[in-house]
Design a binder for this molecule. Structure first.
Ligand SMILES: Cc1cc2nc3c(=O)[nH]c(=O)nc-3n(C[C@H](O)[C@H](O)[C@H](O)COP(=O)(O)OP(=O)(O)OC[C@H]3O[C@@H](n4cnc5c(N)ncnc54)[C@H](O)[C@@H]3O)c2cc1C
Ligand code: FES
Length: 360
């Protein structure tokens, strides 16, 4: 063989490698880039991974219920400079106003050049927690209470109503769960988790999770929380596991001596779907300001149910008067929330006084 052939081959490979490096540089890859956050914090970046992953590796935890697959729409941030154009995968989650404001999905934006971004200040408080499961309890046939003891860090400071995310070990699944426990016990977190048939996280929790297991949580997250500086009358509506954040809110109000008038509607199908009934009935005995109204949409004859019957929307409708001065806190499926908002609107609730977490 001609001795020049290997030399020519090596030369060609070197030229190709050089061209690739130049293209990479032109696209902003390779070298160090900077992310400027909220005009105050700078993160140096060498990889061109997604912004979501890069922030997470710098201990900034953006909510991400789908683990970066562009199916949850949770991981929003505001892009001020750099970052490229909106991808088709982001479009379903962005309103026209959000697009105009530069809102993007952090899991879909690759860090290929210097970027200037803004994220809500509260997100800088979200941390990753090593926890140990200390208690698991069946609340109904398909709902479990799970208590996590925080090992490192040992305290999570959250507002009543906020949520945490659980990382399912072994599979790349992250899911959001509202914190059901009292905010004053900040060395433990309780979650109320309903089994979704074939659901990845809930099947793990219901079928495999055991006391003593080590689990990673992140949080706290969310803008659904008690408006502590308000003294408005409150109407709370929840279904299924939506009881979790309302429980945390009510614990907090109980410690304050229940200073606000609260009407709490809880919708379930039949009696076997009710839980914590005694706890809330006891609260209503202690505080005349608090009224608990559980309602069954399909009570069974053996339930001997004498309480409210019907869809929660109808029950709210017939038990509510003028809400123009009230605050509403809603938790449950997107369908339930949308239907409830329609009813509340008929009772003159002001849009700015409606707070909800949609368990989508
Ligand atoms: C802010 C927030 C707070 C939440 N808090 C709670 C909470 O306190 N308790 C709780 O139990 N859940 C809560 N959820 C829902 C939770 O995050 C998961 O979506 C849910 O547990 C399903 O996860 P999975 O991995 O088991 O199901 P997946 O594997 O994600 O889903 C499996 C299938 O079930 C469908 N599905 C997903 N969720 C539901 C549902 N809720 N009902 C019916 N079908 C569904 C999916 O479309 C999919 O087809 C909350 C969600 C959000 C966004
Ligand atoms: S993490 Fe779910 S859409 Fe980005």
């Amino acid at each position: 063989m001609n001795i020049f052939v290997p030399i020519i081959l090596v030369g060609v490979l070197l030229v190709i490698a050089l061209i690739l490096i130049i293209i990479d540089k032109a696209l902003g890859g390779g070298g160090e880039k900077m992310i400027l956050i909220n005009d105050e914090k700078v993160i140096p970046v060498t990889s061109d991974d997604s912004l979501l992953n890069i922030l997470s590796s710098h201990k900034i935890f953006i909510p991400s219920a789908c683990g970066g697959k562009a199916t949850c729409g949770f991981c929003k941030f505001q892009l001020i400079e750099g970052g490229g154009e909106i991808k088709p995968t982001e479009l379903p989650f962005l309103s026209q106003k959000e697009k105009e404001e530069g809102i993007r999905l952090s899991c879909q934006v690759k860090v290929r050049d210097n970027m200037k971004i803004a994220i809500p200040k509260e997100l800088l408080n979200a941390k990753e927690y090593k926890t140990r499961v200390s208690h698991i309890e069946d609340l109904t046939y398909d709902i479990k209470l799970v208590r996590f003891e925080l090992i490192n860090p040992t305290e999570m400071h959250f507002k009543p109503g906020q949520y945490a995310q659980i990382k399912v070990p072994g599979i790349d699944v992250i899911r959001a769960y509202s914190i059901a426990s009292h905010p004053k016990y900040n060395n433990q977190i309780e979650l109320i988790i309903r089994q979704v048939p074939n659901g990845q996280a809930t099947t793990f929790v219901h079928k495999a999770l055991e006391v003593g297991d080590k689990i990673i949580l992140t949080g706290p997250y969310g803008d659904f929380y008690l408006q502590e500086d308000s003294d408005r009358e409150m109407i709370c509506i929840a279904g299924g596991s939506g009881k979790a954040p309302i429980r945390s809110i009510l614990y907090y109000l109980r410690d304050q001596g229940m200073p606000r008038k609260v009407k709490y509607f809880f919708g379930a199908k039949s009696k076997r779907d009710l839980y914590y009934t005694e706890e809330f009935e006891q609260l209503s005995k202690e505080f005349p300001n608090f009224e608990y109204i559980p309602a069954l949409s399909e009570p069974k004859p053996e339930d001997n149910w004498t309480g409210e019957v019907g869809l929660i929307t109808d029950v709210v409708d017939r038990n509510t008067k003028d809400l123009s001065e009230a605050e509403a806190y809603l938790c449950g499926s997107p369908g339930m929330i949308n239907a409830c908002i329609k009813v509340l609107n008929r009772h003159q609730v002001k849009q700015e006084n409606v707070f909800y977490d949609s368990f989508s």
